[in-house]
Design a protein around this ligand. Structure first.
Ligand SMILES: Cc1ncc(COP(=O)(O)O)c(C=O)c1O
Length: 398
C-alpha cells in the first residue's frame, strides 16, 4: 500500500473541486462574482465603465440615504465594529434589543430576534420549531435558506405546487391527523416576482392546524401599509405564526429577523443553533436597519417612487413582448428560455451599460432560464431611459 504522504493522486475532495464542470463553466463565462470598483446609488463602476445596477434588492434605495449612513457611522464610533460574540454569551447589546423592539412593534408581533444574515434568520425560523416526526408542507419554489432549515429540522417534507392552495389541500389531506404540522411559504417569490397567495394557503393551514412560517424577505418594505409586508397587504397578519425576513433588501443593511409571539421567540433563543453559536448582528448593520425602518414610516415617497418606477419598467418590458413570468412586484425576471439565450441577453445588456444577473437551470426549472432584474426607488428617470434603450438593443440583437 502506498503511503498517502507520497501519493501523487489527488485527495478525492480536492479532485472534485479541481474537476467540477459547473465551476469551470462559471470561470470560463464569468457572469457571477463580478466585483464593482465603485458605487454610488444605482451607478456602479465595472471594468472602467459606469453601469446602471438593475439587480439590487435595495428596493427603497435606503442603503445610500444620508441618515442611514450617518446612523451606521455613529454606531461604529459608539460600539466599535463588532459585538465579537453570540447574543447568548458576550455579544448582546442594547442596540439589538432596540431594533428588535421596533421591528416587533412595526409588525404587530410580541417579540423579534435579529441575526447577522437573513439566510440565518429564515433557516432558523424553520429549523428551530420543526422536529423529527413533524410534517412540513412547503411551496416547491421556496428559497434555499428555507430548504436548509427544513433539512436541518429532519422533519418529513411534502412539496406542493407553487402558490397553489388547492394542491396544498390535496397534499395535506394525506397527512396523519396526529402529527405536528408546519406550512412554509414566502410572501414574495423573488425569482418569479410572484406574490404568495396567503389567504388561500392560510385557510388550508388552519383546517389542518398547521403552524405557519412566512419568509417575507422581498415583501417587507414593498407591500402593505408603510411596507409592513405581504401579510399586511392581504390583511392576514394575525394569522401568521412566524414572520421571518431580511435586513438586506428594503432596509439597506445586512442581517435578518424572526418575529412572532413571545413564547416562540424565547423558544428560538433556547433552541436555535444559528442564534446560540453565531456572532450577533454588528453595530453598523443594526443601526442602518433601525434608521431605515424609521424612514420607511416617515418618508412614503421612497415606496411610491419604487412602484412608479416598477410600473414604467414593466410597461416597457410588455411593449417589447418580453416574458416576465407574471411578475407582480419590483423583482422582475425576464424569461428567455435557454442558458445560451440568457447569457447572450445578459451580455447585450451589459454592453449597453445595464447590470443584471443570469439565472439558469438548475436554479430555475427547465426552459425558464432567465435574467433577474429588480427595480429600486433610486432609479432616476435617466437610469430608466438608459435601461429602456439597453433592452430595445438587446431584444433586437438576441
Ligand atoms: C426569500 C429569501 N429569503 C431569505 C434570503 C436571505 O437573505 P439575506 O440575503 O439577507 O441573507 C433571501 C436572499 O436573497 C431571499 O430571497
Amino acid at each position: 500500500m502506498a503511503f498517502s504522504l507520497f501519493s501523487r493522486e489527488k485527495k478525492a475532495i480536492a479532485a472534485r473541486c479541481a474537476d467540477d464542470f459547473a465551476t469551470k463553466m462559471r470561470l470560463k463565462y464569468a457572469p457571477y462574482y463580478r466585483a464593482m470598483e465603485a458605487q454610488h446609488g444605482t451607478c456602479v463602476r465595472h471594468e472602467g465603465h459606469d453601469l446602471v445596477m438593475l439587480a439590487s434588492n435595495d428596493y427603497l434605495g435606503l442603503s445610500f440615504h444620508p441618515a442611514v449612513i450617518a446612523a451606521a457611522q455613529q454606531a461604529i464610533a459608539r460600539w466599535g465594529t463588532s459585538p465579537t460574540g453570540a447574543r447568548s454569551s458576550n455579544g448582546s447589546r442594547a442596540y439589538h434589543e432596540s431594533l428588535e423592539e421596533k421591528l416587533a412593534a412595526f409588525l404587530g408581533r410580541e417579540a423579534c430576534h435579529v441575526h447577522s444574515a437573513g439566510y440565518l434568520s429564515c433557516m432558523a425560523a424553520v429549523a428551530s420549531f420543526a422536529a423529527k416526526g413533524d410534517m412540513i408542507f412547503a411551496d416547491k419554489n421556496i428559497h434555499s435558506c428555507l430548504w436548509d432549515g427544513i433539512r436541518l429540522s429532519t422533519a418529513t417534507v411534502e412539496r406542493f405546487a407553487h402558490n397553489s392552495a388547492e394542491d396544498f389541500r390535496a397534499v395535506a389531506a394525506t397527512a396523519p391527523a396526529d402529527v405536528a404540522k408546519m406550512l412554509v411559504v414566502e410572501g414574495v417569490y423573488s425569482m418569479e416576482g410572484h406574490i404568495g397567495e396567503l389567504p388561500g394557503l392560510l385557510a388550508v393551514a388552519e383546517e389542518h392546524r398547521c403552524f405557519n412560517v412566512l419568509d417575507d424577505a422581498h415583501g417587507f418594505g414593498v407591500l402593505g401599509r408603510e411596507g409592513r409586508g405581504t401579510a399586511d397587504h392581504f390583511g392576514v397578519s394575525d394569522k401568521i405564526d412566524i414572520l421571518a425576513g431580511s435586513l438586506s433588501k428594503s432596509l439597506g443593511s445586512t442581517g435578518g429577523f424572526v418575529a412572532g409571539s413571545r413564547d416562540s421567540i424565547e423558544y428560538l433563543r433556547t433552541n436555535s443553533k444559528h442564534t446560540i453559536f453565531s456572532a450577533a448582528l454588528s453595530p453598523a448593520q443594526a443601526a442602518a436597519a433601525e434608521k431605515a425602518l424609521e424612514i420607511m414610516q416617515t418618508e412614503p415617497q421612497h415606496r411610491e417612487r419604487l412602484w412608479a418606477n416598477t410600473r414604467r419598467y414593466t410597461a416597457m418590458l410588455r411593449s417589447l413582448k418580453l416574458d416576465t413570468w407574471g411578475s407582480e412586484t419590483p423583482a422582475v425576471p425576464i424569461v428567455v428560455g435557454s442558458k445560451e439565450r440568457a447569457y447572450r441577453f445578459w451580455q447585450l445588456l451589459l454592453e449597453k451599460g445595464v447590470f443584471t444577473v443570469m439565472s439558469i437551470v438548475p436554479a430555475v426549472p427547465p426552459g425558464k432560464d432567465l435574467i433577474r432584474t429588480a427595480i429600486s426607488a433610486l432609479h432616476s428617470d435617466e437610469d430608466l431611459s438608459r435601461i429602456e434603450d439597453a433592452f430595445a438593443y438587446a431584444v433586437k440583437k438576441l
